[in-house]
Design a protein around this ligand. Structure first.
Ligand code: NI
Length: 174
């Protein structure tokens, strides 16, 4: 059992803005390993620390389809420095919005600056699924969820469903 619990919307913590990391040390690496393990178990392809109630600018991503060949990406203080005018649309989901999916249009390409697992400054140019995943995760660090891009009607409907689901889960536990 992972010691981390993924927060489910609606939760005010998910709407907070996360603090930058000062130093990439063993303690942070331990957190990142724990986040990755939690993400794989969920399973998901991206997870931000805020989804575990930790208000730090840390993200883990692994979009590799082959579970044998894992390819984790650790992003500390990720900063998007470029977004293309060209857009692409993916059907997005989120570990904090279980069972909910919606088509979201985002810039097709983005450039990202970040510190890696060892605190080394890196830059990547992403497109396709990785670009969408990066933008989704960086949104989390600013308290933004993919449903914020939907109409109020659609967004309210999803939140209503999640609230109902939360109640049902509680009922089972009792
Ligand atoms: Ni998410």
């Amino acid at each position: 059992m992972s010691k981390y619990k993924i927060l489910i919307e609606p939760d005010p913590i998910l709407r907070q803005k996360c603090e930058p990391i000062d130093i990439v040390d063993d303690e942070l690496r331990k957190l990142m390993r724990g986040m990755l393990e939690t993400m794989y178990k969920a399973p998901g392809i991206g997870l931000a620390a805020i989804q575990l109630g930790i208000l730090k600018r840390v993200v883990v991503i692994d979009i590799s389809k082959d579970s044998e060949k894992k390819n984790p990406l650790f992003l500390v203080n990720p900063e998007i420095t470029f977004k293309s005018k060209k857009t692409s649309t993916f059907e997005e989901g989120c570990l904090s919005l279980p069972g909910q999916y919606a088509e979201i249009e985002r810039p097709a390409e983005c450039h990202l600056q970040y510190l890696d697992f060892h605190g080394k400054k890196k830059e990547i140019k992403a497109d396709g699924l990785l670009s969408t995943c990066i933008q989704h995760e960086v949104d989390h660090l600013n308290g933004v969820l993919f449903i914020d891009y939907l109409s109020k009607l659609k967004k309210d409907m999803i939140i209503k469903k999640l609230k109902k689901h939360k109640k049902e889960v509680k009922r089972v536990v009792v």
